[in-house]
Each structure stands twice: as structure tokens, then as C-alpha cells.
Design a protein around this ligand. Structure first.
Ligand code: SF4
Ligand code: SF4
Length: 383
């Protein structure tokens, strides 16, 4: 490859799409050493970056869509090469040229559903608030303290609806004045942006921002670290700044203020899985642990790969829509690690992680060995 002449037009295009930092790479390979893909198959971010610096990225290959944007290699890179920005730049170029390998078929469907119904699941917009039936959840109005914004998966997915329902019951018990936007909600757009579909992201973001401003929203409570990340770090690109709080932070606040009391014991060995977009991307490590430590009888055991060393579940960067071979799922490793620690319950705070971990739990026939729960689901049972 070193003998190839650089293709300057392509190098310029990568730069314009946000991948200028590829030029700083000195090929040390540290990114490949820490990348979780190399625990289950072979994948080289170093090689992708190398090809990009020469203007010869192979954007028609699956490799361009492998990175889950977990954030592990950017924190190890000695040259601040910004691997996530670089890979998203390549995906943007591929999307603009209409280059789309077969594995991206579900991403194309998700994109079409986002444009038509505001969610990536092909579900009807009219059913967006069905999860709240019978829970006395109101539509958000300006005088309310907080807007609860459940992510698309928490809204529609049968298993993940339980997270939204637990959250609504907890907020009700704590006497929080909250509401939802129901059919006026759109996907936050975080994951589709990471697949390179920038136009879809912008359109979703603009619609959400307009709705938030029109309805007088100031504080947004989210279940998903992906919504958290986008509202907090990406919507300000549109000059829109809202106070954003994740459930793991807010519920701890409610307990500390005496608005929620933990009345029961949970005599279980529990471990906590740090979601990439809550931990590495946003530095929220302590609140979920502080909350778990408040539960009488609960024994918190830490996995080796925790906090900024956490193992990705495999669902970020749009991989939630891309089929991953059962043998290549990082979440299998995570379930095994938790079981090896003697944990009876694996607690986390991200719908994508729950989805991946539940699939691995059942795929590995460990349903009787370990439970997977969101932080809200464990709290709901104890108050
Ligand atoms: S860790 Fe950074 S400098 Fe080293 S190969 Fe990877 S991108 Fe290049
Ligand atoms: S961000 Fe994570 S998944 Fe992507 S290349 Fe780096 S370590 Fe691998």
C-alpha cells in the first residue's frame, strides 16, 4: 500500500466529511489491540485509517460499518486521530455515493421508517404512547418539571417497554410532575447519524428541537444514553441547549432528596455494566453505583472491564440494525464475565445494552443463571 499514489480528491472529501484527523495516525496499532472486535474476529481500525490517509478507503466493504463507536480506541490513541469521526466520515461518503453493501439492508429500512414514522422499527407513529396505557401519564405541558423522553426501543419493544413503564411508576410515586410528547416524539437520531445518514439525523433533530421549544421544554429525562449523548452534545450544534438528565442520575437525586424510599432488601450478587454512551462518552460512572450501594442486602461485584475500560455490548454506531453472527457478539463475553463473577443479576442503564445482553442470555441458555435488568426495573421492585 505504501507504493500507492495518494488520491488527493478523495483525501479532501474525507476531510470535508469530518475525517481530517486521519493524517495524524502513525500506525502504532494500539486501536486494534483494544478493539473488542479482535476478541471475536479480525478487524483493523488502523488499516481503515491507513487507507483513508491515502484516499483509497474501501467504502463498499462491511469493514467500514463494523466500528460500534464504543470509544475505547480514541481514549488510547496517542495521536488523537478521532477514529469515530473518521469512520463516520467514510460512512457519510458511502451514503452520499449510494454505496451500500448487503449487510446494510436493515439500515436502509430503519432510515425509511425514521423518515416516515419517526422511529427505526417500522412501527406506527400513532402507537408511540401505547406503552403508557393505564399508567396515568400526561402529555407534557410547559409548567411541568420534566419531559420524559423514552427512546424508540423503550417505546415500542415488548421487553424494553418495561423500562418506560417502571420509570413512569417511579416518577409517579416520587410525585414528580412529568409528561411525555407521545406521537410528537421523533427518534433522537443518534444511531442513524453514526451510519453516515446525516440528512436523516438533521431532519429528526430539527423536528425534535422545534417541538421542545414550541412546548416549552427545559429539562429532559431520558432512559437511553444515546438520547442523552445526542441531546447534550450534538443538538447544541443547532444552537439548542436543554438540561438533559439520565434516569440513573435522576433517580439517585430523588432518593437523596427523600422523595423515594427503598423499603425492601435485595439479597443478590449484582454487577453493573457501563454503557459506552453513558460511561466513556459522557463520564457517568458513579451515580448508578451509588444507587446500587444504597440497596440493603445487595452485593455489588465489579467486573474487570468496568468504568472507562467497559466492554461494549456491540449495538452502538448503528450496529443495532446490522445482523451480527451469534459467535461474534461482544454481549456473549459480557454475560460470561458476569456469570464468572458469581453475579445473579446484571444491571445496566441502556436499552441497547439490555437488548444485546438479553439476546446473549437466551442464546447461551443462561436464562436460569442470571437476570438482566435496567436500573429502573430494580428500583421499582424495592419502593
Ligand atoms: S491508535 Fe491512533 S495512531 Fe495508533 S494506529 Fe490507531 S489511529 Fe493510528
Ligand atoms: S471505537 Fe470501539 S469498536 Fe470502534 S474501532 Fe475503536 S475500539 Fe473498535
Amino acid at each position: 500500500m505504501e507504493t500507492e499514489a495518494p488520491i488527493n480528491e478523495v483525501i479532501e472529501e474525507i476531510k470535508e466529511s469530518g475525517g481530517d484527523a486521519v493524517k495524524y495516525c502513525y500506525q502504532c496499532g494500539k486501536c486494534d489491540t483494544v478493539c473488542p472486535w479482535n476478541r471475536v474476529t479480525n478487524f483493523s481500525m488502523r488499516k481503515l485509517i491507513r487507507e483513508a490517509t491515502f484516499g483509497i478507503p474501501e467504502i463498499d466493504l462491511e469493514e467500514t460499518w463494523r466500528c460500534t463507536t464504543c470509544g475505547k480506541c480514541p481514549q488510547e490513541c496517542p495521536r488523537d486521530v478521532k477514529q469515530i469521526d473518521d469512520v463516520v466520515a467514510l460512512r457519510r461518503i458511502a451514503t452520499d455515493y449510494g454505496v451500500s453493501p448487503a449487510i446494510l439492508k436493515p439500515v436502509r429500512s430503519a432510515n425509511a421508517s425514521l423518515a416516515a414514522e419517526g422511529n427505526p422499527l417500522g412501527a406506527e407513529r400513532a402507537k408511540r404512547a401505547d406503552w403508557a396505557e393505564g399508567l396515568n401519564v400526561k402529555t407534557f405541558t410547559e409548567e411541568m418539571e420534566v419531559l420524559y423522553f423514552p427512546c424508540c426501543y423503550v417505546t415500542y419493544d415488548q421487553r424494553l417497554k418495561e423500562v418506560a413503564q417502571a420509570t413512569a411508576r417511579i416518577l409517579g410515586k416520587a410525585g414528580v410532575e412529568f409528561g411525555i410528547l407521545g406521537t410528537s416524539e421523533n427518534c433522537c437520531g443518534e444511531s442513524i447519524r453514526k451510519t453516515g445518514n446525516e440528512e436523516t439525523f438533521k431532519s429528526l433533530a430539527r423536528e425534535n428541537i422545534k417541538t421542545f421549544i414550541d412546548r416549552g421544554v427545559k429539562k429532559i429525562l431520558v432512559s437511553s444514553p444515546h438520547c442523552y449523548h445526542t441531546f447534550k452534545n450534538e443538538y447544541p450544534e443547532f444552537k439548542a441547549n436543554f438540561e438533559v438528565v439520565h434516569t440513573s442520575q435522576y433517580l439517585l437525586e430523588l432518593i437523596d432528596e427523600g422523595k423515594l424510599q427503598i423499603n425492601k432488601e435485595c439479597k443478590k450478587k449484582v454487577t453493573y455494566h457501563d454503557p459506552c454512551y453513558l460511561g466513556r462518552h459522557n463520564g457517568i460512572y458513579e451515580e448508578p453505583r451509588e444507587f446500587l450501594k444504597k440497596i440493603p442486602g445487595l452485593e455489588l461485584r465489579e467486573m474487570n472491564e468496568s468504568r472507562d475500560n467497559s466492554l461494549c455490548c456491540g449495538m452502538g454506531g448503528g450496529r443495532i440494525w446490522i445482523d451480527t453472527d451469534m459467535a461474534e457478539r461482544f454481549s456473549n463475553l459480557r454475560i460470561e464475565e458476569a456469570i464468572g463473577l458469581g453475579a445473579e443479576m446484571l444491571v445496566t442503564s441502556c436499552p441497547y445494552c439490555i437488548d444485546a445482553l438479553e439476546e446473549s442470555r437466551s442464546g447461551l441458555n443462561h436464562e436460569d443463571v442470571i437476570q438482566v435488568k435496567d436500573i429502573t426495573e430494580i428500583l421499582e421492585e424495592l419502593i
